[in-house]
Ligand binder design. Structure first.
Ligand SMILES: NC(=O)c1ccc[n+]([C@@H]2O[C@H](COP(=O)([O-])OP(=O)(O)OC[C@H]3O[C@@H](n4cnc5c(N)ncnc54)[C@H](O)[C@@H]3O)[C@@H](O)[C@H]2O)c1
Ligand SMILES: O=C(O)C[C@H](O)C(=O)O
Length: 347
């Protein structure tokens, strides 16, 4: 019985494995395990398209959409899409517990986005409190869920979440993820353009954190391999690091990346669900508790399994340029992590 369930899961999952297929398949998957996904901040710029993409994911059986306002409308709208999951909207703090109960994966895009001229750290004062209160509720209502933290500054919000869970006695480092998938998505797109290779075949690990120079794409490990000049690699690295700012400036005060982030968030949540369902060899970059550098949290390739993080993979060989980038990012990343830890313990 178990083997046949696993076979069905594997075949359903492999049918939905590529990112394009994730967006287009809507077949019945009766033997795929029941999985509840909650999106907190579901009525926002990221939350709405992310809700739609999660509704298209055949691995999801229940989709809970929570926000402080606007979720009944989003849920009614997305709920009419004829795919597997049952959609429920929850609005206001008194409904947060119900939204979270029984969740396998909680995705958090709740909080304010940047405007031109701001850094992600400028969002700390508002978003740190939002993340702290949402994580307090997660510790109470779904302590075993995998957490996909999107809210910025990710370099600080992930440590805040860890401290909240530690205080509640529910912390499991295997279950807490900072979503850095958008950095990988950008690095792949920009590399494919310069290397003139099909973007669907491109792989580029991105390590470090999720802000400015803490984002370090490893183009020396990019595949398919291409003979790019040092100047091109420097420019690609800078464009990846500044990708968020490029969107913030283009939106000219109307927020930051929402559509590409929803896509990236849906890819990462799909990888988490595959891991939970026992699909082998699911590897994505993510900002997690880590011992591969001296920093307590670090983004790198992570193997996902039935309990979340199965293993944090080595960085692999770095070019001299990347080694230099790694040393340069550490002080900023360390300070952002410490800021999060201090906030969680002082408030
Ligand atoms: N990790 C990444 O790569 C990445 C990429 C893009 C954006 N972001 C971050 O994601 C966050 C959201 O961006 P957005 O463009 O969707 O913003 P948005 O303002 O459009 O949406 C945010 C939503 O959060 C909701 N919200 C606020 N407080 C809440 C609370 N206590 N509980 C539940 N919901 C709450 C708001 O009502 C709103 O609907 C920002 O912090 C942004 O910087 C991260
Ligand atoms: O840049 C931002 O503020 C949003 C996000 O972190 C991004 O990388 O697009």
């Amino acid at each position: 019985m178990k083997a046949s369930i696993l076979r069905s899961v594997r075949s359903a999952v492999s049918r939905s494995s590529s990112s394009n297929r994730l967006l287009s398949r809507s077949f019945a998957t009766e033997s795929v395990p029941e999985r509840k996904v909650a999106v907190l901040g579901a009525a926002g710029g990221i939350g709405q398209p992310l809700a739609l993409l999660m509704k298209l994911n055949p691995l999801v059986s229940k989709l809970a959409l929570y926000d402080i306002a606007g979720t009944p409308g989003v849920a009614a709208d997305v709920g009419h899409v004829n795919t597997r999951s049952e959609v429920t909207g929850y609005v206001g703090e008194e409904q947060l517990g119900k939204a979270l109960e029984g969740s396998d994966v909680v995705i958090i895009p709740a909080g304010v986005p940047r405007k031109p001229g701001m850094t992600r750290d400028d969002l700390f004062n508002i978003n740190a409190g939002i993340v702290k209160s949402l994580c307090t509720a997660i510790a109470k209502y779904c302590p075993n869920a995998l957490i996909n933290m999107i809210s910025n500054p990710v370099n600080s919000t992930v440590p805040i979440a860890a401290e909240v869970f530690k205080k509640a006695g529910t912390y499991d480092e295997k279950k807490l993820f900072g979503v850095t998938t958008l950095d990988v998505v950008r690095a792949k797109t920009f590399y494919a353009g310069k290397a003139n290779v099909p973007v669907a075949e491109v792989n580029v690990p991105v390590i470090g954190g999720h802000a400015g120079i803490t984002i370090l794409p490893l183009f020396s490990q990019a595949t398919p391999r291409a003979n790019l000049s040092d100047d091109t690699i420097v420019a690609l690295t800078k464009r990846t690091q500044d990708g968020g700012t490029e969107v913030v400036e283009a939106k000219a005060g109307k927020g930051s990346a929402t559509l590409s982030m929803a896509y990236a968030g849906a890819l990462f949540a799909d990888a988490c669900l595959k891991g939970l369902n026992g699909v082998p060899d699911v590897v994505e970059c993510s900002f997690v508790q880590s011992t591969i550098t001296e920093l307590p949290f670090f983004a790198s390739k992570v193997k996902l399994g039935k309990n979340g993080v199965e293993s944090v993979l080595d960085l692999g060989p770095l070019s001299d340029f990347e080694k230099e980038g790694l040393e340069k990012l550490k002080p900023e990343l360390k300070a952002s992590i410490e800021k999060g830890i201090q906030f969680a313990n002082a408030n």
